[in-house]
Ligand binder design. Structure first.
Ligand code: HPA
Length: 253
């Protein structure tokens, strides 16, 4: 079953054309005191799972998210594939606000986050292969779905195949110098929530890919300061396409 992890700008699928909330399941995990609420939606007869990463009401900042509980709850609820929505700042000149990118690589600059299921009570140390952090198969599904979502549009939305996601700690945005450093490291986009989520999904064998939704230019790429108002106006403008893209991902092709 497909699961969607919503990020900034996608807190629920309720009210989106075609989606019906079937039920909410409280899923108890070993990693949280309270159960994780997993929403089960149906779209054209197909069920999918949904979790808002920042919690109901968008209240949990990136560095305080219980990534382990979220991933484990999705696994326990029957997910086999996870599509993550991640708002990002564009570093590469191609990645202008309002475009999307399906990243192919990650550099993790976050720190102090519990980042593995293999922490204690181990029979032995575990090292997952993470050379290609995103599922090739699921990336291809997303890119195909994006092409189908774009097909009827007079002005297609730019969807970039690839790019390197730099994951910063947040919740503050970066300094101009930090973005310069990320750029010279090869990052094309920057966000705060891509890790450890992707690695945890790999640890439990879930197919995982990300939709990077570019909501601003990263710090210092333009002279402008970054405002939440601008970020939300970009999200509003691109949301219909994001919804169409999700519908195409679910529709059996
Ligand atoms: N930096 C980090 N995370 C982000 C940004 C950014 O510029 N925009 C959206 N998420």
């Amino acid at each position: 079953m497909l699961a969607l992890i919503g990020g900034t700008g996608l807190n629920t699928l309720e009210g989106i054309e075609g989606f019906q909330l079937s039920r909410k399941e409280g899923v108890a995990t070993r990693y949280s005191e309270t159960a994780v609420e997993v929403c089960v939606f149906s779209y054209s007869g197909v069920e999918l799972l949904f979790i808002p990463r920042h919690g109901d009401g968008h209240v949990v900042p990136p560095h305080r998210i219980n990534y382990r509980a979220n991933i484990d709850a999705l696994r326990l609820a029957g997910a086999t594939q996870v599509v993550a929505m991640n708002a990002v700042g564009g570093i590469d000149p191609q990645l202008c606000p309002g475009s999307l990118a399906i990243p192919v690589q990650i550099i993790d600059y976050s720190y102090g986050r519990v980042s593995s299921f293999y922490e204690d009570n181990l029979d032995g140390v575990v090292h997952i292969d993470f050379g290609e952090p995103y599922s090739r198969k699921l990336r291809a599904v997303l890119l195909d779905a994006a092409a189908r979502a774009n097909a009827p549009l007079r002005e297609p939305v730019l969807v970039i195949d690839g790019g390197v996601y730099g994951c910063t700690q947040g919740p503050r945005l970066e300094t101009n110098a930090e973005i310069k450093r990320l750029r010279s490291d090869g990052c094309t986009m920057v966000g705060m929530t891509g890790m450890p989520e992707a690695a945890l999904a790999r640890e439990v064998g879930l197919d995982y890919a990300s939709i990077g939704l570019v909501v601003n230019w990263a710090a210092g790429i333009t002279q402008d300061i970054i405002t939440l108002d601008e970020i939300y106006s970009v999200i509003d403008a691109v949301s219909p396409f994001v919804h169409a893209l999700i519908r195409e991902v679910i529709k059996p092709s």
